[in-house]
Design a protein around this ligand. Structure first.
Ligand code: SF4
Ligand code: SF4
Length: 245
C-alpha cells in the first residue's frame, strides 16, 4: 500500500524534478523567507514533505505568484505543491490567524471582506442616473455578464474601477448585466490558502448561477476573478474575458 508521502509525490509529479533550482532562483520571497521551493520538491521525493508540517510557517509566505511553475524547465507545478501542503495543514485545522477571518467570511458571506450578501450591490447606488446596470438576479437578461468580484464590490477605493467599467460599457452600448446580490466569491484566494473544499463550493455556486441565467460571455476587471474563472473553473464552458482584452 502506498504511503501518504508517495501519494503526495505522485499527485504533484515530484519525481520529474531534477533539482535545477530555476524555481527558487526566480522566487520573489526566497531571499526574505525560509521558503525554498526547490528544497520542498526534493523533500517531497524523499518522503519528508509531511514531516514537521506545523513548524513550516514559511509555507504561508508564498504569494502564489506562479513564477516557479512558469520557470520550471520540466513543466512541473511547484506552486501547486505548496497549495497542497497548505491544504493538508488546513484539513488538520492549522490555519494562520491572519487568514481564518477571510475564510470564515467567504463561507458565511460569500466574500472574504465580510460584506453582507444583501449589500453586495451597494456600490451601484452611487452611479449617475444615466448609467444603467442590468441585474440578472432581479429578472433582467443581457448578452454579457460583468463579474464584479468581491473587492470591487466591497472596497470603496476599488469600487471606482467597477463604476468606471459601467461607464465604459454604457458608452460602448454593450448589453451587460451583473449577478447582483447573487454573485459570490470566485474562490481564487481561497484555493490558494489550501481550502479546496470551500473553493469548490464557491465555484459550484457561481456556475449554477451562470447556467441558470444561460450566461455564455463573462467579463471581469478583477485579475483574481479572471484567473479563477478562466483557468480553474471547468474549461470551455464559458467565454471569459478580462476588460483589457
Ligand atoms: S525548476 Fe522544476 S525541475 Fe528545477 S528544481 Fe524547480 S521544480 Fe525541480
Ligand atoms: S508561487 Fe510561491 S514559491 Fe513559487 S515563485 Fe511565487 S512565491 Fe515563490
Amino acid at each position: 500500500m502506498e504511503s501518504l508521502e508517495q501519494t503526495f509525490a505522485e499527485k504533484f509529479e515530484l519525481y520529474g524534478c531534477y533539482q535545477c533550482g530555476k524555481c527558487t532562483g526566480g522566487c520573489p520571497v526566497s531571499l526574505k523567507s525560509k521558503l525554498n521551493i526547490r528544497r520542498l520538491m526534493i523533500e517531497g521525493i524523499l518522503g519528508k514533505n509531511l514531516e514537521r508540517m506545523t513548524e513550516r510557517e514559511e509555507l504561508w509566505d508564498c504569494t502564489t505568484c506562479k513564477t516557479c511553475t512558469i520557470r520550471c524547465p520540466r513543466g512541473l507545478k511547484p506552486m501547486d505543491l505548496i497549495i497542497g501542503m497548505r491544504g493538508t495543514l488546513v484539513e488538520e485545522g492549522h490555519i494562520p490567524k491572519t487568514i481564518i477571518e477571510a475564510m470564515e467570511n467567504a463561507y458565511k458571506h460569500g466574500n472574504p471582506w465580510g460584506t453582507p450578501k444583501n449589500k453586495r450591490t451597494e456600490w451601484t447606488k452611487s452611479l449617475p442616473e444615466d448609467l444603467k446596470v442590468k441585474d440578472f438576479s432581479q429578472g433582467d437578461r443581457a448578452e454579457l455578464l460583468y463579474f464584479v468580484g468581491c473587492t470591487a464590490s466591497s472596497d470603496p477605493r476599488i469600487q471606482e474601477i467597477a463604476k468606471s467599467l459601467v461607464f465604459i460599457l454604457n458608452r460602448a452600448e454593450i448589453d451587460f448585466g451583473i449577478l447582483g446580490n447573487e454573485e459570490t466569491c470566485c474562490g481564487n484566494e481561497i484555493r490558494r490558502m489550501g481550502e479546496t473544499g470551500l473553493f469548490e463550493e464557491l465555484m459550484d455556486a457561481n456556475i449554477q448561477r451562470f447556467e441558470t441565467y444561460k450566461i455564455e460571455h463573462i467579463v471581469t476587471a478583477c485579475p483574481h476573478g479572471f484567473n479563477a474563472l478562466k483557468n480553474e473553473y471547468p474549461q470551455g464552458k464559458f467565454n471569459i474575458l478580462h476588460t483589457t482584452q
